[in-house]
Write a protein that binds this ligand. Structure first.
Ligand SMILES: Cc1cc2nc3c(=O)[nH]c(=O)nc-3n(C[C@H](O)[C@H](O)[C@H](O)COP(=O)(O)OP(=O)(O)OC[C@H]3O[C@@H](n4cnc5c(N)ncnc54)[C@H](O)[C@@H]3O)c2cc1C
Length: 493
């Protein structure tokens, strides 16, 4: 049975490996010159830059996924747990705060921010851990096609442990009042393309992901994860085609029969899986009658933020940075309002820096730091000259906030990645970096499912479908769609 996968993001690679390992004949078509989608890599002047993901979170999910392929994640990747997990610069506080991997030590830090918060932390973390376990057991790995799938086989009972109403911010505020603690328990929502104000309270469980499960890094870089998936795919016979954009999915009588390449050829397939952003697949690759959703559906979605990214080579050791470094501005709600409501360039932007060279000497020449900068921005159209000016101001902003006075002078290599590149490189809707935000109405069965509503043999994998954004979660979507395909199109034995 021949399967075409459009896009080589982690969801596409995961699906390719799962299907090929069961005997399906899989070809992956990628428009860019590198596999991995948003998790691509590039090398320049002795630096190896992971282009997107830098946090290896939810190690339990990665383990479970590789188990499905009979592979041992600990043999494939050289994972180290980071300690401190990360460093935070809080606006208005002169000294940064290092967040330890040990939650007992974290409790001391919470206590300094708010009397009594240290003791509250362990109960809070136990609560969100229980929520995480309910969600992963009953919902995350399941094909949620309707509200009924939420309550089947014990899942309904378990649901009472999960806070469904209100936002993450309101949930956190019920226990903690310190703004700094709130920021620490809420910032992870950005990983889901959401904000603490628009994400439903169930996502408070991200604090368990952060503090309970911990922050890991695969030595050699995040791309070693992509390489592992590609090599498993190759072992099972997957063919990978780079620089091969797909321009249409050809349909006939309720089925996808072929895909169209730029040269006009139309290779035929029994099954098509799209890992490209779903809005692109639906509105560009499919004719109207074959779309699961009308165009207006996409116009009304809440999109996760876009981002200004910078890949920097910096001379000398920067002692102010840890492997992960975050800056939180005091006016937390204004930051999120500018991203989701007013859609302006934030004036005092929160930012994230990753310096993997702190842990991994292989990613930078000796005597240099490899620094990745991420500034979350609204998913809208900014022109590149406006972005150029903004990027210049960001270099000064980083320098001021972190106290690295000669930051600009020490930069020996620099490549900026503007929001517009999310469109040109990944075919993303309105330059969103992450895809659909995890709001209440874009979660679980309300998120697009991995199976077309119109075509019997068209499936979707990746961040745009249930369960959603983030590398481990995209791999779950690969599993869900693969399971569906095993059921819909079993191989003759
Ligand atoms: C800057 C950034 C930082 C992030 N940080 C983290 C992190 O620290 N940890 C984490 O877990 N997650 C992180 N994420 C999220 C994570 O990277 C994504 O959720 C995940 O990688 C998306 O995978 P996907 O399967 O949806 O495919 P994508 O990565 O979106 O890939 C889709 C692929 O389809 C290709 N494509 C599109 N259209 C076509 C076409 N017509 N023909 C052929 N190919 C096509 C694209 O070129 C792309 O390669 C980050 C994302 C970004 C952008």
């Amino acid at each position: 049975m021949k399967v075409a996968i459009i896009g080589s993001g982690i969801g596409g690679l995961g699906a390719a490996a799962l299907l090929a390992s069961r005997g399906y004949e899989v070809t992956v078509y990628e428009k860019n010159d590198v596999l991995g989608g948003r998790a691509a890599v590039y090398e320049a002047e002795g630096f190896t830059f992971d282009m997107g993901p830098s946090w290896y979170l939810m190690p339990d999910v990665f383990k479970q996924f590789f188990d499905l392929l009979d592979e041992d994640v600990d043999e494939l990747l050289d994972l180290v747990r980071l300690d401190p997990s990360y460093r935070v610069f809080f606006e208005g506080t002169p000294e940064p705060v290092d967040i330890p991997a040990d939650t007992k030590e974290l409790a001391h830090i919470f206590e300094q921010f708010e009397a009594g918060a240290g003791a509250k932390l362990s109960k809070y973390l136990a609560r969100v851990k229980a929520q995480y376990e309910v969600i992963t057991t009953h919902y995350l790995w399941k094909n949620l096609q309707s509200p009924l799938t939420l309550v089947g086989r014990g899942a309904g009972k378990a649901l009472i442990h999960v806070p469904l109403f209100g936002s993450v911010d309101s949930y956190v505020k019920r226990t903690f009042s310190s703004p700094k603690i709130r920021q620490l328990l809420e910032y992870t929502l950005v990983f889901l393309g959401a904000s603490p104000y628009n994400a439903p309270a169930m996502y408070a469980m991200m604090a368990h992901v952060d503090y309970g499960l911990g922050v890991f890094y695969p030595q050699g870089g995040m791309y070693t994860l992509i390489e592992a998936l590609v090599s498993i795919g190759k072992k099972h016979g997957v063919t990978f085609k780079l620089n091969t954009p797909i321009t249409a999915i050809i349909t006939q009588k309720g089925r996808a029969t072929a895909i169209r390449l730029e040269d006009g050829s139309e290779p035929q397939y029994d099954i098509v899986i799209s890992n490209a952003d779903m809005e692109h697949t639906e509105t560009v690759l499919l004719e109207e009658s074959a779309r699961s959703y009308p165009k207006t559906y996409w116009d009304r979605r809440t999109l996760g933020p876009s981002a200004l990214l910078m890949y920097l080579g910096v001379k000398g050791d920067i002692e102010q940075f840890k492997h992960h470094t975050l800056y939180f501005s005091e006016d937390w709600s204004t930051h999120f309002k500018s991203i989701y409501e007013s859609k302006d360039l934030p004036e005092n932007p929160c930012f994230y820096l990753c310096a993997p060279s702190k842990t991994d000497p292989s990613v930078a020449p000796k005597g240099f730091e490899n620094v990745f900068v991420l500034i979350p921005l609204p998913a809208t159209h900014f022109n590149d000259s406006e972005m150029h000016t903004y990027a210049e101001s960001i270099i000064d902003h980083i320098s001021t906030v972190t106290g690295v006075k000669d930051f600009r002078e020490r930069i020996t290599y620099r490549r900026d990645f503007y929001p517009s590149e999310f469109i040109t490189r990944y075919n993303s809707q309105s330059a969103t970096a992450l895809g659909l935000a995890h709001t209440l109405t874009q979660t679980a069965f309300l998120r697009p499912s991995g199976k077309s509503r119109k075509l019997k043999n068209l499936y979707y994998v990746g961040a745009g479908v249930h369960p959603g954004v983030g590398m481990p979660v995209c791999l779950i979507s690969s599993h869900i769609s693969a399971q569906q395909i095993f059921k819909d199109f079993p191989l003759a034995t």
